[in-house]
Structures are given as C-alpha cells and as structure tokens.
Design a protein around this ligand. Structure first.
Ligand SMILES: Cc1cc2nc3c(=O)[nH]c(=O)nc-3n(C[C@H](O)[C@H](O)[C@H](O)COP(=O)(O)O)c2cc1C
Length: 313
C-alpha cells in the first residue's frame, strides 16, 4: 500500500512520492491482479505489481490462441480482457490492500477518452493501490483507431481529465512505435502526468507455416521479451533527456544487468513481463542479483545510478 513505512536499504527508492522497497515491478497484464499468482511468487519481495488492464465494462478479449512464442520473445493478443472496473474494485482491490510491502499501480484502458477518467473516478475512493498507469498505447475508437498516445490533443485531454479525478500519481504508458516518443512524453507531462512507463509491446505478426494463418487468433499481436529491450532502453534515454519525471523502464528485462541498462538510461523503476511469465521466480532473482551487484560495486544507493549513462561525444 502507498502508506507503508518508507523502506530502507540499497535498493529502496521513492518514485512520484511512492516508497518502493526495490525497483522491480511485475508488468501490466502479466500477473493479473496479484492474487492469481500469489503463492507461485512472493509478491511482498518485489517493489510492486502493475495490474492487468481495467476498463469501464468487462471485456471478453481476443480469440484463442492468445500467445505464441518465437526465438526472440513472444507475441500476444489478449485483447485487454478484464472483468471491468466494478468487479476489480469489489473483488481485487480488497485483496491487494492487504499487501504491506509491495506497491500497486492500476493499469487503466479505454476506447474513448472519457473511459479513462471514468475508471479513475470509480476506483479513486478505494484502498489497495498507490497510483495509476494509463495505457494510452491502444486505439481511440472515436479517432478511427489512432492510438491515444500518438494524438497530442487526445492525450492532453485524457490526462487532464484523469488528473482532475485523482491526486494519486499518474504514469502514462507509451508505445515504442511513436515517431517522436520524447515529444509525446513531454506532452503527457505538460498535461499532468507524474511519470512515464516505457515501453508497451511492438506490433508484430507470427505465421503458423502449417496452417499458413497467423499464429494468434486475433491475427496481429504485441511483441515482447528480449528483442524489445534495446528498444525500451533507447526510448528511456530519449525521454530522460526531454522530461524530468520518473520513468518505469519496460521491455525484455530478465536479469539484474537488464535493470541496470534501463537505470543508466534514466529509469527509476523497471517492470518485468515476459520473463516472469516464462519463470515466475525471475523477478525475485532479479532483486537478488541487484543486491549482489550493489555489494560488489560498493554502491550505497542504486537509485543514484539513474540517468548516469555517458554518451560518446
Ligand atoms: C500477456 C501480456 C499481457 C499484457 N497486458 C497488458 C495490459 O493489460 N496493459 C498494458 O499496459 N500492457 C500489457 N502488456 C504489456 C506489458 O506490460 C509490457 O509492456 C510488455 O510485455 C513488455 O515487457 P516484457 O518484454 O518484459 O514482457 C501485456 C504483455 C503481455 C505479454
């Protein structure tokens, strides 16, 4: 919960006013609402969890198969399946409120701008989470499918409305396909975002050669895993130079060294998705590796490394 005592230690960090015991989060959509993976994973050993998307209405999601592997990672089209804001507030937030060390960010999704502020308004008086992550890398049905994050006017209105509905921190999650991600990050910050989540998945297509059809029921999907890491690290560095707010680095993190890549580029936190799906113990291992790395390199505070990449002149 957000009001936990300020954690101490080499990995501890306070980001957008939220105290985290370490910088390792579970990425949105890969750990449901926490309860489903509790027992398989020790959530309380992590910095926190970003929930699966929450929309105003429940969503059935995309047809199966919803995920497929390829040698560089995986591709998914879940279709942002979720039980809707009422059910999340009633069935999931009370459980998440019992967490005493891991922080919770609620991932929000919508089809039109008003959907986002509606979810925030409906959740905001509840306990069990510290802030929001707005998934603006999804299509705005009113704008012919153009994603919110690619449209400065829609992005500004969306964030302003959410800002008016809550005083909790708002992280805005952007797509790696944006032609100028730093520009859109600046637009988000100007509209009231407290932080950026970088990056969402990359659109992709995997073909099943036996059927000559797409491997996913939906056809296309979002590419994640190791191949996305350099893309996410570059996005983090570009955005770090453009804005001063904290960044959650996302994409292909599977080791302590991967976290360090994101941190040097300017991230304050990281989120782990695909690697945690492959092995739920990965995030705990990453925390351990970070602790060992700091001891070996006599680092007193990992947070101090953020943004210390030295760029060749
Ligand atoms: C199965 C699956 C479901 C996802 N669902 C969401 C979601 O609901 N909301 C969201 O913002 N991102 C979602 N993502 C994107 C991840 O949060 C993350 O940005 C992406 O997978 C890159 O990180 P990774 O390479 O560590 O997996 C999903 C990713 C996967 C693989």
């Amino acid at each position: 919960m957000s009001d936990i005592a300020k954690p101490q230690g080499v990995l501890a960090t306070t980001v957008a006013g939220i105290p985290f015991q370490n910088p390792v989060l579970l990425a949105a959509g890969t750990a449901a609402y926490g309860r489903e993976i509790n027992g398989v994973i020790d959530l309380e050993a992590l910095g926190g969890i970003v929930t699966k998307a929450v929309s105003v209405e429940s969503r059935a999601g995309a047809p199966a198969p919803r995920v497929a592997d390829f040698p560089g990672g995986m591709i998914n089209a879940i279709g942002l399946a979720n039980p809707g804001v009422d059910a999340v507030r009633r069935d999931h937030l009370p459980w998440l409120a019992q967490l005493s060390r891991a922080q919770v960010l609620v991932n929000v999704v919508g089809r039109v701008v008003e959907d986002f502020s509606e979810v925030v308004t409906q959740l905001d008086s509840a306990q069990g989470f510290a802030g929001y992550e707005l998934n603006v890398s999804c299509p705005n049905t009113r704008a012919g499918g153009l994603e919110f994050g690619a449209d400065p006017a829609a992005l500004t209105t969306l964030i302003q409305r959410c800002r008016a509905a809550t005083s909790r921190p708002l992280f805005v999650k952007l797509s790696p396909t944006l032609p100028d991600i730093a520009l859109m990050a600046k637009c988000a910050v100007d509209a009231g975002a407290d932080g950026l989540s970088l990056v969402n998945t990359l659109p992709g297509l995997v073909i099943d050669l036996d059927t000559r059809r797409p491997a996913l029921g939906f056809g296309t999907g979002g590419t994640s895993g190791p191949g996305l890491r350099p893309v996410g690290v570059l996005a983090t560095w570009k955005v770090r130079k453009a804005v001063a707010v904290p960044i959650i680095g996302i994409g292909g993190v599977s080791s302590g060294e991967d976290v360090l890549q994101y941190m040097l580029a300017g991230a304050s936190l990281v989120a782990v998705g695909t690697a945690a799906l492959a092995n739920p113990r990965t995030p705990e291992r990453i925390v351990h590796e970070l602790t060992q790395w700091c001891a070996k390199h006599h680092i007193a505070s990992l947070a101090a490394l953020s943004g210390t990449l030295e760029w060749p002149q």
